[in-house]
Design a protein around this ligand. Structure first.
Ligand SMILES: [Zn+2]
Length: 264
């Protein structure tokens, strides 16, 4: 015969189990607190690691005519950190269009004179100088959110084009010859190889004189494109061609070549 216990008595073992369960939870909670405390230094290390591995915003390859203007303007903008590449030294023949330098800088490495001048304008700016000529073997030094091609040598431009297309780094190509200039963002569409298939077809400021006003205009367009990319804004994808003497600016739609060996 079954004896019916009052409900209160039936609940006693359930309550005891509940008390036991709560007591078991205490060490678990303590373990959780300990794990959280251990996570704090790990998070701090991660933040430090991210800060140390942060890419510079802009890499400027070549601090001649175009690069000089870019450095002067960047030094006066907000706080974009950038890195410079150039192995050349300042020469008296540079001074008419390489507006970063003065006679006092003649004989000095351009990147060193450039960093000094940038810090004269903005001492807090983070800028790194690399007095090296970029070649196939050291291109892996180049890493930034945006690369400005300010080289006056199309061989370097082609190297940058191939590397940046492969690494998916937006590259802003610019070149000036006489009173003409061209600027093109290369980022997932037609690359330099698509519109200058053979290097010998292209003009090169290394062997043609240039107007300093044309250099300043090309650099301004180039830097504006860089800022739009860094801010995540839509930017002009056409090849921008200008003739500063006749005050003409033309946007030319460039298609990817089906046989391009670089971007296809
Ligand atoms: Zn291409």
């Amino acid at each position: 015969m079954k004896i019916r216990l009052p409900l209160a008595q039936k609940l006693i073992p359930v309550k005891q189990k509940l008390i036991q369960f709560k007591q078991n939870l205490i060490p678990l909670k303590q373990n959780l607190i300990s794990i959280k405390q251990n996570l704090i230094p790990l998070k701090q290390n991660l933040i430090q690691l991210k800060q140390n591995s942060k890419k510079p915003d802009i890499a400027i390859v070549g601090v001649g005519g175009l690069g000089s203007v870019a450095c002067k303007m960047l030094a006066r903008t907000v706080d974009n950190d950038f890195v410079l590449f150039d192995d050349d030294i300042v020469n008296i023949s540079n001074l008419h269009r390489q507006i970063l330098y003065t006679e006092a800088d003649i004989g000095e490495k351009k990147v060193d004179a450039a960093v000094r001048r940038i810090h004269d304008i903005n001492p807090k700016l983070s800028v790194t100088a690399n007095a090296v000529k970029l070649t196939k073997s050291n291109l892996n030094k180049l890493d930034a959110r945006v690369v400005l091609d300010c080289a006056d040598n199309l061989k370097i431009s082609y190297l940058l084009n191939r590397y940046c297309v492969k690494k998916k780094i937006p590259l802003i190509f610019a070149t000036v010859a006489g009173d003409h200039g061209f600027v093109k963002v290369i980022d997932g569409d037609a690359c330099l190889n698509c519109f200058y298939k053979q290097p010998r077809e292209a003009e090169n400021s290394g062997n043609i004189g240039v107007l300093n006003t044309a250099v300043t205009l090309a650099s301004s367009i180039q830097l504006e494109m860089a800022m739009q990319i860094l801010k995540g804004q839509p930017y002009e994808k056409s090849l921008i061609s200008f003739d500063i003497y006749n005050l003409r600016i033309t946007k030319i739609k460039v298609l990817q070549r089906k046989d391009c060996g670089v971007c296809r």
